[in-house]
Design a protein around this ligand. Structure first.
Ligand code: GLP
Length: 273
């Protein structure tokens, strides 16, 4: 077990907040600890904790650590409500590659989360009902009191959720067409079949409405896109760059994912905790 440690670099400046750890396991420990503290604090005061969740390879370790905290440190998810970012469309929730299946396998099946409090957009809603379904997803998030903490990964083209380049800052939950590169990246998982052409995803605005946002990125392969998102212009061409405008958004990175960043000049940053 790798003990928790201080990040290598911690700063918050006008380009957004960055937290760099020497190893992703340490980053995962730090974020899982934050989530556990939030859940427990809400439980102590009799409140629900609303988590926004992501899929992909990046957050797997985080879910494993949350499961460990449940098993070994009695972390209860009884007061937790979850909203996932996205789901392929059309796709049955029972399909092995649905994001519902992913969440079940990685987290939901292993903790005491009430299944009725876990939400993902539906990959089986009739096409004619997609707009109403997406509006209902937004309404459910609002009715739950909004998202306390949203976890994000980072797509190879800068997408967050399935908000591909070109997604507006004001976008809400909706059906989107997946970029060829996104489907290409998913192709390895899909083997002989092709990934769906469409998805339902929270919008950029839905994500930015979360009170706290943590974008996780590991490995050198993410370094250039991390640099564009953190230090480049805020632009719909790099949807993750919109996080720069959120006062409580943080890019939580391992050293490799941070390797293309320019360190802030002395005095330009302040600890971000
Ligand atoms: C998919 C998901 C995103 C995820 C991205 C990166 O496109 N919809 O939410 O962030 O993949 O995946 P990975 O974490 O495997 O690099």
């Amino acid at each position: 077990m790798i003990p928790p440690s201080s990040p290598l670099d911690s700063r918050r400046d006008r380009r957004g907040a960055v937290l760099v750890f020497d190893h992703r396991d340490r980053a995962v420990r730090a974020i899982a600890t934050e989530i556990a503290a939030l859940i427990r604090e809400r439980a102590r005061t009799g409140h629900a904790c609303v988590l926004g969740l992501a899929t992909g390879s990046t957050p797997r370790g985080l879910y494993a650590e949350l499961v460990r905290l449940h098993r070994e440190e009695a972390l209860s998810f009884a007061n937790v409500t979850t909203f996932n970012l996205d789901e392929y469309y059309p796709l049955a929730p029972t399909h092995a590659l649905s994001y519902r299946s992913y969440m079940h396998a990685e987290l939901f099946a292993h903790v005491d989360l009430d299944p009725a409090r876990t939400h993902l957009p539906s990959g089986t809603v009739a096409e004619a009902d997609v707009v109403a379904h997406c509006a209902d997803y937004e309404a459910k998030i609002r009715a739950a009191g909004g998202i306390d903490l949203q976890i994000l990964g980072l797509g190879g083209n800068g997408h967050i959720g399935f908000n591909e380049p070109g997604s507006s800052r004001d976008s809400c939950t909706r059906m989107v067409t997946l970029a060829p590169g996104t489907r290409g990246a998913a192709a390895a998982d899909w083997g002989d079949t092709t990934p769906p052409r469409y998805a339902l995803t929270m919008g950029v605005r839905t994500i930015l409405d979360a009170r706290r946002i943590v974008l996780l990125a590991w490995g050198e392969g993410k370094a250039d896109m991390v640099s564009a998102a953190v230090e480049g212009a805020v632009t719909a061409q790099v949807p993750a760059s919109f996080l720069q405008e959120h006062p409580q958004a943080q890019f939580v990175l391992d050293a490799a994912a941070a390797s293309a960043l320019t360190r802030p000049s002395a005095g330009s940053g302040e600890p971000s905790g």
